[in-house]
Design a protein. Structure first.
Length: 472
């Protein structure tokens, strides 16, 4: 998706500078916040299944250590380059600050198309990459903690933790060296759907704000809103699922082989299974195929969810985008040019660095679980259930009435790990949305929500720098 004269990092800097004007911080401090602190660019050889040796190009960037560890995913994509990883690492710093997750920003990338490699080759590449990070002290529960991103998932995270633990025997907190692990390897329940669920919680909160909905000439609430999703990966799939379950109508879904449209709504799970059996989302029963996958971005809809790669909405196609709300589930799906065009049109762009922060928020919960060596809910589940049983029994006795079975099990239920994770995520997304909206709505000179989000991030990072006493 990236082209040669487009710098993703520059576009992050542009948004930063636009927001910095609304803050009171020293120019030098702002420069420090913007800069990428450490950039590790590496090459290593891996023997492929056919005996060939391939030199792999990979990166890890630590944008900021104002809080430790650094945090951010690792992507596998043949578009990976240093500029992209730097941009993504910077976004992680701002993202963590906005959702009050106490990490600095980091990001990794391996320049491969994972579809072109066997599982065994991918395992060797991932393990070697991890070993390179260990050698340079670029990974560890207190140093830098990777996670899944585009092209990676639980499987790769399991290889990383296994490699790390075997190179660091006896390190009691080794499981906290990476997040997004399978539950059996120290992962937390609820991490997989976290980014998509966070996107949903964030947009639901925006849609519940009467002043914003009035501006867009929309009714408050999610129910009945039309949604277009670009990307049926982990983030796109789960975003579609939570919107549909809340009563929105997902009219179109796009993937790289094409896009489909269905006015009465697409069930993402059925589409996923259709793709699994036929190899494509096209020719889905009841739906129309669109000529190009990018056509989906230009459809009439209330909410457009770009959930794939950066730079998909740019100066060229932005004038044709008709959505009233753009929910940036991916990192950097809009170029600054597109941003200006859509803002001028009156659309509300809900920015990536806070809207897709659900992933890193639940990663934080996973890391805490790893450091505390105990599953969420283990200590209180039974206690809460016993207490609730006691309260309900007393109430029934005093009122001489009884509640039905369904209500009873709801009232008695003590929290499982997934309940606590979802509730922590909901709280995080709702309060982050309100904080950003307060900044935006209280200053008429702030042009858009992205700038308000950056103002919030800059203020938080700058405050923590000054608290550290680095810039007294
Ligand atoms: N890759 C995700 C992101 O861009 C998650 C990062 C993490 O969990 O550390 O936010």
């Amino acid at each position: 998706m990236s082209n040669t004269n487009y710098s993703f990092f520059k576009s992050v800097e542009t948004s930063f500078d636009k927001a910095a004007k609304f803050t009171k911080w020293d120019k030098g401090l702002l420069e420090q916040i913007k800069a990428c602190n450490s950039i590790y660019s590496m090459r290593f050889p891996v023997r492929m299944d056919d005996g060939r040796i391939e030199v792999i190009e990979a990166y890890r960037v630590q944008h900021s250590q104002h809080k430790s560890p650094c945090k951010g995913g690792i992507r596998f994509s043949d578009e990976v380059n240093q500029d992209e990883v730097m941009a993504l690492a910077s976004l992680m710093t701002y993202k963590c600050a906005i959702v009050n997750v106490p990490f600095g920003g980091g990001k990794g990338g391996i320049k491969i198309n994972p579809k072109k490699y066997s599982a065994y080759e991918l395992e060797k590449i991932t393990r070697r990459y991890t070993a390179e990070l260990v050698k340079k002290n670029f990974i560890g529960p207190g140093i830098d903690v990777p996670a899944p991103d585009y092209g990676t998932g639980e499987r790769e995270m399991a290889w990383i933790v296994d490699t790390y633990a075997s190179l660091k025997p006896g390190e009691i907190d080794a499981a906290g060296c990476v997040t997004g692990k399978p539950v059996t390897q120290g992962g937390v329940r609820g991490r997989k759907e976290a980014t998509g669920l966070g996107v949903f919680y964030g947009i639901r909160e925006v849609c519940n704000m009467p002043e914003i909905m009035k501006k867009l000439d929309l009714k408050t609430g999610i129910e009945g809103k039309t949604v277009v999703v670009q990307g049926l990966g982990n983030v796109g799939y789960h975003s579609a699922k939570f919107f549909r379950e809340a009563g929105a109508i997902v009219t179109s879904i796009a993937e790289y082989e094409g896009a489909i449209y269905k006015a009465d709504g697409i069930n993402e799970e059925e589409l996923f299974l259709h793709r699994k059996t036929t190899g494509s989302i096209l020719n889905f029963p009841g739906a129309t195929n669109l000529a190009k996958n990018t056509d989906a971005l230009e459809l009439e809809c209330d909410i457009l969810v770009p959930a794939a790669l950066e730079n998909v909405i740019n100066g060229e196609n932005a004038p044709r985008v008709k959505a009233k709300i753009i929910a940036e589930a991916a990192n950097g799906p809009l170029t600054p040019e597109a941003d200006e065009i859509l803002t001028a049109k009156g659309s509300v762009v809900v920015p990536d660095m806070y809207l897709n922060a659900g992933g890193v928020t639940v990663s934080y919960f996973e890391w805490l679980k790893n450091l505390s060596h105990v599953r969420y809910g283990r200590m209180e589940k039974r206690f809460t259930e016993n207490l609730n049983t006691h309260i309900l029994t007393q109430m029934e006795k005093l009122t001489e009435k009884t509640v039905g079975d369904k209500e009873r099990s709801k009232i008695l239920h003590g929290p499982d790990e997934v309940d606590l994770v979802h509730s922590g995520l909901e709280e995080t997304m709702v309060s982050a949305t309100r904080e950003i909206m307060d900044i935006w709505l209280s200053n008429p000179d702030i042009p858009d929500m992205r700038t308000a989000a950056y103002v919030n991030a800059i203020n938080k990072v700058a405050t923590s720098y000054t608290e550290l006493g680095i810039f007294p």
